[in-house]
Design a binder for this molecule. Structure first.
Ligand SMILES: [Zn+2]
Length: 138
């Protein structure tokens, strides 16, 4: 169950086969098969729930870079961090072994601190487990 509160979220997107990105401003244009993590945030109406619902829809126009991935791949897991920042999550991902940034500036056009908001991770990477490390204990 995804919260309607505002905050950051992660999408785990699995590509069954390599995918060519048709985005002229980015390079490289080919993503190998595997698991990718997109870091986003939603502070508008409907919060994380509404944003994630859009990511999961197949009938949408291509508005964001990540739309090409959610249409060409499969969203296998979603995790939310209420009140969180996608940049904090991305920095945490980048600090882990086996994690890399496959496409510079992917999804981070409006961010000045991250190399991208998309990371390539090992196939069994669990984003719920990862995000739980950012939640304050209750
Ligand atoms: Zn960022």
């Amino acid at each position: 169950m995804i919260s309607a509160d505002s905050g950051a979220y992660l999408l785990a997107i699995d590509l069954a086969r390599e995918m060519t990105l048709d985005i002229s401003t980015l390079s490289p244009l080919m993503l190998p098969a595997g698991r990718y993590i997109y870091c986003g945030s939603a502070y508008g109406p409907g919060g994380i729930k509404a944003r994630v619902a859009r990511h999961l829809r197949q009938d949408k126009s291509l508005r964001w870079h990540v739309d090409r991935l959610t249409l060409g791949g499969r969203v296998s897991q979603v995790a939310a961090l209420i009140g969180g920042s996608e940049c904090t999550l991305m920095a945490g991902l980048c600090a882990l072994p086996g994690v890399s940034v496959p496409v510079l500036n992917f999804g981070s056009s409006d961010c000045r601190t991250c190399p991208a908001h998309l990371a390539a991770v090992p196939n069994k990477f669990d984003i719920e487990e990862f995000v739980s490390g950012f939640r304050s204990p209750t």
